[in-house]
Design a protein around this ligand. Structure first.
Ligand code: MG
Ligand code: MG
Length: 257
């Protein structure tokens, strides 16, 4: 599918949806505590989404190559789980010292936004705090590279340049993407540099940027549930994501309060 440009009216809807998604994620973050189960977080996510008449774009979504639709409203990925942890099948209890990534897509008035945060469970060690801070900053570095006339690789380069000296593994198999009309649209937005400079960014393009950084190796493995990706070495991973619209002078973050 070709890259799409959203209209001013569509961007206004995406902004309203993005604000709601940011609100939901901030409420979920407040609910993250030792002893809380991932099932409780999924139930809360569904309640918060439905009370405003919206829908989770992940619930029942079947990505290309998946054997079954995704069964939950939210993705909850703990410690060595990178993304797509399923919260409502064999739920887990959050423990003091864990880090937990919350990732959700929202459909508001028919249009899609996507955002993720990683939050601590109670007190966490310094390395976990650094991993979360650095992943959030890598996302912001990527967003700063967004501008009409730049290329996707400028985003990738900005993220990689920030991450390399900090010696994290950058997940390569999973990456950012266009969004707005569907869960995933073109272009791919990798978090590391490819030879190809990729799509030219144009005002009105809507993209999700989402670095996933690992404490150790960049290599990943897929669980037998068909969804949960983990680090191959069992070390921790963090994930932050925003949906942004490309503007003449930069980017506007849509998934913000
Ligand atoms: Mg996401
Ligand atoms: Mg995404």
């Amino acid at each position: 599918m070709a890259v799409t440009i959203k209209t001013k009216e569509e961007i206004d809807i995406l902004k309203a949806g993005g604000r709601r998604l940011a609100h939901i994620l901030s409420e979920l973050a407040k609910a993250v505590k030792p002893g809380v189960s991932t099932l409780e977080l999924d139930n809360l996510a569904r309640k918060l989404v439905e009370e405003k008449g919206d829908k989770s774009s992940f619930l029942n979504y079947k990505p290309a190559g998946a054997k079954r639709p995704y069964p939950a409203s939210l993705c909850v990925s703990i410690n060595d789980e990178i993304v797509h942890g399923i919260p409502n099948e064999s739920p887990k209890i959050l423990k003091e010292g864990d880090i937990v990534s919350l990732d959700m897509g929202l459909i508001h008035d028919g249009l899609f936004t996507d955002s993720a945060i990683t939050v601590p469970v109670g007190e966490v060690d310094q390395a976990a705090r650094d991993l979360m801070d650095d992943t959030r900053q890598a996302l912001l570095e990527g967003i700063k590279a967004v501008k009409d006339g730049n290329y996707v690789r400028d985003i990738s380069y900005a993220i990689e340049r920030y991450v390399r000296p900090r010696r994290y593994g950058i997940v390569e198999e999973l990456c950012g993407h266009g969004v707005g009309y569907k869960v995933h649209e073109d272009p791919y937005v990798p978090n590391y540099c490819l030879d190809d400079k990729g799509e030219k960014l144009r005002a009105g393009m809507v993209i999700a940027i989402e670095p996933m950084l690992n404490e150790g190796t960049k290599h990943i493995k897929l669980d037998s549930d068909g969804y949960t990706y983990r680090t191959k070495d069992g070390k921790r991973s963090a994930h932050f994501e925003h949906t942004v619209v490309v503007t003449k002078n930069g980017a506007e973050i849509l998934t913000m309060l």
